[in-house]
Design a protein around this ligand. Structure first.
Ligand code: ACO
Length: 335
């Protein structure tokens, strides 16, 4: 059995910055409300015609990660693409990234685990590397979700939170089993699936049926979130799964070099920080600049933390996520 480790990281966000003041012009909201409840100051949204899609942003982030890893695209054995906003219903966006990278053939798999997608993808890559089946795996989290948000006052509890972007890492076999991914912890519970969901169209109600009904009240094609319900579950599950990781590795909370929580909401991250009594230096947040980029949030934050020198050889890194499903998970990495 081999350990896996991350050897290259990259991120890409669209150039178009949407501030809270910009949103105030379209939605009955305020900079003060958004900052106080979510911590978001601005986010990036793609603009029609700027060439950014989930796959193209993923490609740009992946190119940087591959260059830093000094791995050529053709050396990849597997692509794992975490997204809830694939370019098409089918096929998934993993194959589109594969083609953009100029790889003639390699398995490319989409992972549909929403905000926990990147954590699930890293755990999956780790398993393939552990067994020796694959050596070099590209793991991506990417989202272009702004186009599907209800940018009117009706959708304000959701639309102010989310942003677009992509992050990617290259994982490979570690030189020994004392470094790299030490443990992964994955969970799902479908009981509350609808509390954070986008259910229309679906296999009981296809696009043509929705169009035929032509019901102006029907907004099932916009995401729905029971905000306070999600908030309460997120705090509990984040804490549980981080503790699970600490128990599995034997790390003390003071030893955590950096916790990269999924950037759901700054208040959630702060409550988790308080629960474990972590210092500001131990927790990385960038939600104020990008909003919640769902599956892309952890790889974007991980890349920035690494670029800022907060992750070096020997750092104990914790990735933790919670999201729609509900799904949640953590990855413990000895860098
Ligand atoms: N601007 C101004 N007012 C707003 C806005 C807005 N953007 N959105 C909602 N409001 C209003 C509501 O209409 C409501 O008004 P009312 O009291 O007159 O009815 C009031 O603010 C309070 O609404 P709540 O929904 O109860 O607001 P809450 O304090 O719960 O904050 C929020 C909403 C920010 C969504 C919060 O519930 C939350 O953070 N939930 C966690 C969910 C989360 O982080 N999701 C991220 C995606 S999921 C994930 O990544 C895991």
């Amino acid at each position: 059995m081999y350990n896996s480790k991350i050897i290259g990281l990259g991120k890409y966000v669209p150039e178009n910055i949407v501030t809270n003041a910009d949103l105030e012009k379209k939605i009955d909201t305020s900079d003060a409300w958004i900052q106080e409840r979510t911590g978001v100051k601005e986010r990036r949204h793609v603009v029609k015609g700027d060439g950014n899609t989930t796959a193209t942003m993923a490609y740009k982030a992946s190119k940087i990660a591959l260059e830093r890893a000094q791995i050529k695209p053709e050396e990849l054995d597997l692509i794992l693409m975490a997204t809830l906003s694939p370019d098409y219903y089918f096929p998934g966006s993993g194959v589109l990234v594969q083609t953009l990278l100029g790889i003639a053939e390699c398995p490319a798999m989409d992972i549909r685990m929403q905000c926990s997608g990147f954590v699930y993808a890293v755990a999956t890559a780790d398993q393939f590397i552990k067994t020796g089946m694959y050596k070099n795996v590209l793991v991506i989290g990417a989202e272009q979700q702004s186009g599907g948000l209800d940018m009117t006052t009706r959708g304000r509890n959701i639309s102010v939170i989310f942003g677009d972007g992509a992050g990617a890492v290259v994982m490979t076999r570690a030189e020994n089993n004392s470094v790299g991914v030490l443990s992964s912890h994955l969970h799902s519970d479908g009981e509350h699936a609808k509390e954070l969901s986008l259910i229309g169209p679906n296999t009981n109600r296809w696009v043509h049926e929705i169009m035929a009904e032509n019901d102006p009240e029907d907004i099932s094609y916009y995401p729905y979130m029971n905000g306070q319900f999600v908030f309460k579950h997120a705090i509990t599950r984040f804490a549980e799964v981080i503790q699970e990781g600490l128990d599995a590795t034997g790390w003390k909370k003071e030893e955590i070099g950096i916790l990269i929580p999924h950037q759901a909401n700054l208040r959630i991250a702060q409550m988790v920080q308080r629960k474990f009594q972590l210092s500001d230096a131990q927790v990385f947040n960038n939600i104020e600049r990008y909003g919640n980029t769902t599956a892309a949030s952890i790889p974007i934050a991980l890349t920035e933390a690494w670029e800022e020198g907060k992750i070096v050889s020997g750092t104990k890194v914790v990735l933790a996520a919670f999201g729609s499903g509900f799904t949640w998970g953590a990855i413990m990495i000895q860098w």
